[in-house]
Write a protein that binds this ligand. Structure first.
Ligand SMILES: *Cc1c(COP(=O)(O)O)cnc(C)c1O
Length: 421
């Protein structure tokens, strides 16, 4: 890959020709406009549909049609073990052991469930620390959970905001805040990447700081999973949750993911809300009294496997296994750096990249804050068949997902800005 970018379309085409992952683009369905594939930079909101999904869904429809209840033990992929089929792929992406990961429910539900396991407030230790401007659903979850325990969100939730006039948080300031709240801190709960600014937090350092004051470290990985490789186990992260419809391309409302460190997962005494699917398989169907959790993350499963919102993710993960998360990240670093380079060649447009310039502190996404004409620029992109999203007050988020975006796609985005603004 070229270390030095140029502003020519030939450069983009050469980079695509040299890209060993370029062919994965053909494994996805793109929305069309005027009969042509659009350029899709919205994988941070809803990933595209992998071509192999349709057949995978058909397989499960056939099992249901042909063997009905027999599908739990028979059929092509016995449904009884459906969650397990995804563990190996997810463990590679999350950087953990297979027994530390499971799929269930959806993200916000899982955040509630994890906090019920890991947040045990007392008069002395009760605070939850999070980044200011976290995704609204996370804010609502934590606000309502804190009230559920009879605490006051105003004094219980500690939000860490950037310094005056800045957009991003410094790890040193996060660590200092953790130390300052020390003994009163129960849980540190950050988004791994902030959805708005695109800032990737130093999860290893934050976890270490949380542990130094005996607090739990949990992360919402909605914007990280399938985007940036993780080492959840080695970083000793206590728990994490994510949704599967963004970079993982699991489809709208896809099954969510959960990671629980084996230290807690192996210990069946770790508190949780139970259900039969988290019960040990050996005794699950004896229908006896007394919940016996599986000694792993699967011990947090509650209800029967949700086959039809898991099958699309299962199919999509085959692509991640083929491409490899490390290779995807290597391409992603190049694609996003190229986008950043091209944006810097537009001196006439008044905007600011609010995502960190340090590639270690971001994933695929760049958030562009247009001080004027933001909505107009967004509308022009959509009209020109480039799908990006817009957030008030003028932020366009551009996420070139490496599985299905090319250097030429990035060039087209730049070209429209250059030629029309
Ligand atoms: C997308 C996203 C969610 C969505 O939660 P759901 O429960 O799946 O609707 C939550 N948190 C963050 C940080 C997100 O980016």
């Amino acid at each position: 890959m070229h270390p030095v970018f140029t502003t020519t379309i030939d450069f983009a085409r050469q980079a695509d020709a040299a890209d060993e992952l370029a062919d994965f683009k053909k494994q996805f369905h793109f929305p069309k406009k005027n009969d042509k594939d659009t350029i899709y930079f919205c994988g941070n909101s809803l990933g595209l549909q992998p071509v192999n999904v349709e057949a995978a869904v058909q397989t499960e429809l056939n099992s249901w049609k042909e063997v009905a209840v027999g599908g739990y033990f028979g059929g092509t992929n016995p449904w009884l073990y459906y969650n397990d089929y995804l563990k190996a792929s997810l463990a590679r992406i999350a950087g953990c052991k297979e027994d530390e990961v499971t799929v269930m429910n959806t993200l916000t539900v899982n955040l509630h469930l994890m906090l019920l396991s890991f947040y045990h407030p007392t008069k002395e230790r009760f605070k939850i620390m999070m980044e200011a401007g976290a995704f609204p659903s996370d804010q609502y979850a934590i606000e309502t959970l804190v009230r559920h325990f009879g605490f006051d969100p105003a004094t219980t939730i500690i939000e860490i905001a950037p310094k005056e006039g800045e957009k991003i948080l410094h790890t040193t300031d996060i660590v200092a805040a953790i130390e300052a709240h020390g003994e009163s801190l129960a849980v540190v709960m950050f988004g791994g990447i902030n959805y708005y600014t695109g800032q990737l937090f130093d999860m290893k350092r934050i976890t270490q700081a949380a542990h130094e004051v005996n607090a739990i470290a949990g992360f919402d990985l909605a914007h990280v999973i399938g985007n940036v490789p993780l080492q959840l186990h080695d970083w000793a992260v206590d728990f994490a949750v994510w949704c599967s419809y963004k970079y993982l391309n699991g489809g709208p409302g896809a099954i969510g993911g959960v990671y629980v460190h084996e230290y807690f997962g192996n210990d069946v005494r770790t508190p949780r809300l139970g259900g039969w699917w988290g019960n040990d398989e050996k005794t699950r169907f004896k229908m006896e009294k007394g919940f016996v959790p599986k000694p792993n993350a699967g011990g947090w499963n509650i209800s029967t496997a949700q086959v039809f919102n898991t099958v699309c993710l299962k199919a999509s993960l085959e692509l991640f296994d083929k491409a490899g998360i490390e290779k995807l990240r290597a391409k992603s670093l190049q694609l996003t750096a190229y986008l950043e380079y091209l944006l810097h060649q537009l001196p006439n447009i008044n905007f600011e990249i609010i995502t960190p310039a340090d590639s270690e502190a971001r994933g695929a996404q760049l958030s562009l804050y247009f001080k004027e004409r933001g909505k107009e620029i967004h509308d022009k992109m959509i009209e020109s068949s480039i799908v990006v999203d817009f957030r008030e007050p003028g932020v366009i988020r551009v996420a070139p997902a490496p599985l299905y975006c090319s250097f030429e796609d990035v060039y087209r985005f730049y070209e429209i800005l250059k030629d029309h603004f």
